[in-house]
Design a protein around this ligand. Structure first.
Ligand code: 5GP
Length: 174
């Protein structure tokens, strides 16, 4: 389907405004500290790059990749690390940056995995949260928008690797 025909759920401007607010809150909470921001590839790349540019504290950046659903829009529940971090997170203030929390399975796995590596602190920021679809309870420390149970694409989120580059967040009808 042509992208301009897909319903817009959040405009680029709405997203930008909310990211500035999140960055202010995060900068305030970590004032006087340096954080290691961990982006979950690939969906969080665009969110991360916009978020860090509004932070007013020192930041290091690393990335981790976990298995995604591929062309299937339903969660398989199986999570694997496809690409690990390049550095140790022991004794660091770590902030995981995720695009969307759906069933909660991915972040529950990732959070527990990273916690075992001994960070000084470990928090999560997600741009989007679909609380209706939770299979395991997981509450992010910071959330951009709570959204209804619809499959969204754009602003970093894909369907089978397409649409990540779209500036607005749009709904992909089944
Ligand atoms: P969870 O493990 O919480 O079910 O899923 C998290 C991952 O599922 C996200 O990082 C994302 O890759 C994918 N996902 C969940 N909902 C959506 C959606 O509405 N759109 C897209 N593009 N990906 C989604």
């Amino acid at each position: 389907m042509a992208e301009e025909k897909m319903e817009v759920m959040l405009t680029a401007k709405q997203i930008e405004g909310r990211i500035k607010e999140l960055a202010e809150e995060i900068s305030e909470d970590y004032r006087g500290r340096k954080i290691l921001v961990i982006g979950v590839l690939k969906g969080a790349v665009i969110f991360l790059s916009d978020l860090v540019r509004h932070l007013t504290i020192p930041v290091e950046i690393d990335f981790i990749a976990v298995s995604s659903y591929g062309a299937d829009t339903n969660s398989s529940g199986v999570v694997r690390i496809l690409k690990d971090l390049e550095q140790s997170i022991t004794d660091k203030d770590v902030l995981i940056v995720e695009d969307i929390i759906d069933t909660g399975l991915t972040l529950t796995y990732l959070y527990e995995n990273l916690l075992r590596r001994g960070p000084k602190s470990l928090k999560v920021v997600t741009l989007l949260d679909k609380p209706d679809r939770r299979q395991v309870s997981f509450n992010p420390d910071y959330c951009g928008f709570k959204i209804p149970d619809r499959f969204v694409i754009g602003y970093g989120l894909d369907f089978d690797e397409d649409y990540r580059h779209l500036a607005d967040l749009r709904v992909l009808e089944p």
